[in-house]
Design a protein around this ligand. Structure first.
Ligand code: ADP
Length: 570
């Protein structure tokens, strides 16, 4: 117990977090961090308490992406920390600034089989760019300052702070705590923030490559979204007239409806471009490694990335290391001095625009028909139209996961504003859904959040519907219920044999599961829909109510397959 005029480690952590700008935390309380959470709340930090550290970690990582500030989540020791690794690893894979703070066992009992004992510093190693343990209360403010700094510095990522139980229960006088906080604040402002300047010759070369290209393309990813580079991208695209292609989560940096959007002509754009400026996106599986047959073997890549390591890995024709927004500002300035613009009758621009129109018409043909029982297309079109009907800004944040649901949603749903799409991301992580919804509604309180989830994806974090109700978050979760992973039981009779032939197929769930009743169980609104009219009415009511809702959309169990680009792997 802290004596009069003293505070303990829990209070000092909370004070440090508040002083260094943390406004929201996610997590699961328990031994030894319960008091830390309540102290944080009393200091003005909003603490969103989850059922599972996995979802809390996913929420923190998405919050980091959406706000460009560290997303912080709290776990208990041992198993809590292990569950939290899901969030940390997802943060690392997506390069999102995230800090996991975990309690750990008493230092003096370490190695003796203490309650929930684990070498947590070792456990987080593969998923963190920085980790630190406070071994004495006096180290707390500095540790908090450092971990928050490292999460956002350079290439963002996952960081970890370990707080042993004995340290949380140590005491210091109020005045000593104040001096420790002042000292940490001083060190914090001293920490050197990199301000990399790109060599002028490289900027000139990049512009000259674009100027001389016959078929240039601008590709941007969630690194550009994180950098809030939308204004600079718009300027680059609109002054040069070069078509652009966003990666899935970068959709909306420029509106999908922009005349130079090449998304609907993706194969042509990447297959035939001769110079591609890739901004804040890795040439990984999502971009086919930048290799043939999807890309031309002669394409010249200009990569813009905050990470030098990334540029070294990909060995592009030209690499520009730096913050996307800053590099684009310099590029735009260079272009302004000697402007060029392709114009809409340029053969490359015309080819892309025509192909995009043709493909869009084809898709609209498929979307136009009302198919009942629902396939994936019909309800997705209805959802798209309902979102568009909301009109105006701020647009809702769309969260999406699942195989078919995410694939179809990516093509059909229209994004018009930056950072309004969250999906399974670089790692193809399933189970992010509800955590991302909660993060989005906390980070952007004026936006509605609409989750478009496969039934399998939803199942990973479904219990967090209670969290939505508890905090009354404006989140509408739409579950595409086709009765399983990819769909229901589709085995041919000759495939059903062996001693466990009575068991359902590994891909199938209980048919016609009542997911909407989970939401009703906690006092939220549930809808079961199977026709276009029922879906339209549920969307209209739930979007205007802006209250937690689950819409259970019954889909034909025979609709759906593995994602096109991954089919060969399964
Ligand atoms: P996507 O999934 O959209 O293709 P990736 O996650 O593969 O995007 O790539 C994002 C890239 O953006 C990472 O390589 C990361 O280093 C980079 N990045 C992160 N922040 C910035 C920034 N501020 N400026 C430029 N690049 C950034």
């Amino acid at each position: 117990m802290a004596e009069f005029g003293e505070i303990d480690g829990n209070v000092l952590v909370a004070k440090s977090l508040a002083q260094f700008g943390v406004q929201h935390m996610f997590g699961v309380v328990g031994i030894p961090v319960t008091s830390l959470a309540t102290r944080a709340v009393s200091l003005g930090i909003r603490f969103i308490a989850f059922h599972n550290e996995q979802s809390a970690g996913y929420a923190a990582s998405a919050y980091g992406y959406l706000t460009s500030r560290p997303g912080v989540f709290l776990t208990v020791s041992g198993p809590g920390c292990v569950h939290g690794l899901a969030g940390l690893s997802n943060a690392a894979a997506n390069t999102w600034p995230t800090v996991m703070i975990s309690g750990s066992c008493n230092q003096s009992d370490s190695g003796r089989g203490d309650f929930q004992e684990l070498d947590q510093i070792e456990a987080v190693k593969p998923f963190t760019k920085f980790s630190i343990k406070a071994t004495h209360i006096s180290q707390i403010p500095n540790c908090v300052a450092q971990v928050l700094h490292h999460a956002v510095s350079g290439r963002p990522g996952g960081c970890y702070l370990d707080l042993p139980s004995d340290v949380l229960h140590q005491n210091v006088s109020q005045s000593e705590a104040e001096s420790l906080l002042i000292e940490a604040e001083k060190n914090r402002t001293k920490i050197h923030t990199e301000n990399v300047t790109v060599e002028a010759s490289k900027i000139e070369e990049a512009v000259s490559l674009l100027r001389r290209a016959d078929r240039p393309l601008i590709v941007f990813g969630k690194g550009a979204a994180y950098a809030r580079a939308e204004d600079q991208l718009k300027k680059l695209v609109e002054t040069t007239g070069i078509p652009f292609l966003p990666t899935p989560m970068a959709k909306g940096l420029l509106p999908d409806t922009h005349r130079l959007a090449a998304s609907a002509a993706r194969s042509l754009a990447i297959g035939k471009c001769d110079v591609a400026v890739v901004i804040g996106a890795r040439l990984n599986w999502l971009l086919h490694f930048g290799e043939p047959p999807k890309w031309s073997k002669d394409v010249k890549f200009v990569l813009v990335d905050v990470s030098e390591e990334e540029i070294e890995l990909r060995k592009p024709f030209l690499g520009l290391v730096g913050d996307a927004k800053r590099v684009l500002e310099i590029l735009n300035k260079e272009i302004k001095d000697d402007p060029f613009c392709l114009g809409s009758n340029h053969p490359w621009v015309e080819a892309i625009c025509n192909k995009a129109k043709e493909n869009t018409l084809k898709m609209e043909g498929q979307l136009g028909k009302d198919v009942v029982p629902f396939n994936f297309m019909t309800p997705m079109r209805i959802i798209r139209d309902a979102i568009l009907e909301l009109g105006g800004s701020p647009a809702p944040v769309v969260v999406s996961e699942g195989a078919n649901t995410m694939d179809v949603g990516r093509a059909v749903l229209v994004q018009k504003e930056p950072r309004t799409r969250l999906d399974a991301g670089t790692w193809g992580t399933m189970g992010v859904g509800l955590g991302y919804c909660i993060a989005a509604s906390v980070a952007y309180p004026d936006r509605l959040v609409v989750a478009v989830e496969g039934d399998s994806g939803f199942g990973f974090s479904a219990m967090e519907v209670e969290t939505l109700v508890r905090y009354q978050l404006p989140v509408v979760v739409i579950v595409f219920n086709n009765g399983g992973v990819y769909g229901g039981d589709r085995r041919r009779p000759e495939e059903i044999n062996g001693p466990h032939k009575e068991d359902p197929a590994p891909t199938s769930f209980v048919p016609n599961a009542g997911y909407h009743t989970m939401m009703e169980a906690f006092g939220g609104k549930g809808y079961l829909v199977g026709t276009p009219d029922e879906l339209k009415s549920a969307l209209s009511e739930s979007f205007s109510a802006r209250k937690p809702a689950v819409i259970n959309v019954v889909i034909d169990p025979y609709a759906g397959a593995e994602s096109g680009r991954l089919q060969h792997k399964n």
